[in-house]
Ligand binder design. Structure first.
Ligand code: UDP
Length: 353
């Protein structure tokens, strides 16, 4: 059996790594990895792949820095060439990026079976390009691997039971990754930790590209930092926006983005996570940390329903109030994401096709 895996960003490589390690246990499956280049990342050197114990891509398409249409179009064209050459039994796509959608569209027109990992997730916000990518990818797939019960319910509500698409609840591949990398975590160099601290990340356009939201978030962070150290790994793009808006950050420990193993260290040793990232909300839970989510909605509703996570949007008062008064559920042993068997279930199901 031959599988072509389409990836386009560092987090996708990390998630897919768990499945690749599982595939490698099966002699009869060959995996070919295609990197579209969507998120150019200078940190994705050979060292990254070696350190993370994930296979290097077989193809690099180098498509990045274009508008959504141009990028997706070029990806479809180049992925189609790879698929025609490799003739896989399955194309494996992850998540909700333009690479995900391009891989699905190119495969569907060639009648190649498609497996979508992290299927069924919805934010119900059609302004998010990710939401469009998810919905369209789900609809043309052959098998949908859903991380949660709410993802299964979303598909039911959209009538997926009427389509010839297999829906599997397999758990979350990020849980597999968190289990695997937990012991490999390493402390970021040159960072002084004063004991108790909050780990914070802000990168979503809905926050960084909205002056009022960004200003309000930083007002809240500055106030909270009077009480507890806030460590904020910040992308250069966001750093630039903050500088241009003259936003005060003097109370905060701002550092450059860190490698994944360092990130795991920072999560594991924190007291609280504050973020607008999807992945980090779950990682907080995997490492038994409460989370304040600086968004108005989340795809990971079970974290909010079970009170491991609270949504504050960019509302200064709500953020501060949640920090001071919110009583989070401390029973982190609840199995919400499959307990680390997600990759195994994926491979078993693909083999059965
Ligand atoms: N991450 C990291 N270093 C950083 C910031 C984030 O390794 O400096 C990790 C983070 O732990 C998460 C992943 O990158 O697993 C994706 O996070 P991001 O916020 O970019 O994307 P999202 O989860 O919202 O898709």
């Amino acid at each position: 059996m031959k599988i072509v895996t389409i990836l386009g960003a560092r987090p996708q490589f990390i998630k897919a790594g768990s499945v690749s390690r599982e595939i490698a246990k099966h002699d009869q499956i060959q995996e070919i990895i295609v990197h579209t280049g969507q998120h150019f990342d200078k940190n994705m050197s050979d060292i990254f792949f070696d350190e993370m114990k994930i296979p290097k891509p077989d193809y690099n398409l180098n498509i990045s820095g274009l508008s959504h249409g141009a990028m997706t179009g070029q990806m479809i064209e180049k992925i189609e060439e790879v698929l025609i050459k490799e003739k896989p039994d399955f194309t494996l796509v992850y998540g909700d990026t333009n690479s995900t959608l391009a891989g699905a569209l190119a495969s569907s027109k060639l009648h190649i079976k498609i497996a979508h990992v992290e299927a069924g997730l919805r934010s119900f916000n059609m302004k998010m390009p990710e939401e469009i990518n998810r919905i369209l990818t789900d609809r043309v797939s052959t098998v949908l691997f859903c991380p949660t019960q709410s993802a299964i319910e979303n598909l039911k509500n959209e009538g997926f039971e009427n389509f010839d698409i297999k829906v599997v609840k397999n758990g979350d591949v990020m849980q597999d990754g968190a289990n695997f990398y937990s012991n490999l975590a390493k402390k970021p160099k040159d960072l002084t930790l004063s004991g108790k601290y909050i780990l914070c990340t802000i990168h979503r356009a809905e926050n960084t590209d909205d002056k009022t939201r960004l200003t309000d978030i930083f007002k809240a962070l500055n106030e909270i930092a009077n009480d507890t150290q806030i460590i904020l790994p910040l992308h250069p793009r966001t750093k630039k926006i903050i500088k241009n808006l003259n936003i005060n950050t003097k109370n905060l420990t701002i550092i450059d983005p860190v490698g994944y193993l360092e990130m795991i260290y920072l999560i594991k040793n924190s007291n609280l996570v504050m973020t607008d990232s999807g992945g980090l909300q779950k990682e907080a839970f995997f490492f038994k940390k409460p989370c304040i989510t600086l968004r108005d909605e989340t795809e990971w509703v079970e974290l909010v329903e079970n009170n491991f996570n609270t949504l504050t949007g960019a509302n200064r008062e709500k953020i501060i109030n949640s920090f001071k008064n919110h009583k989070f559920n401390q029973n982190f042993n609840l199995n919400l994401y499959g307990g680390g068997e997600a990759s195994k279930v994926i491979v078993e199901n693909l083999k059965a096709f």
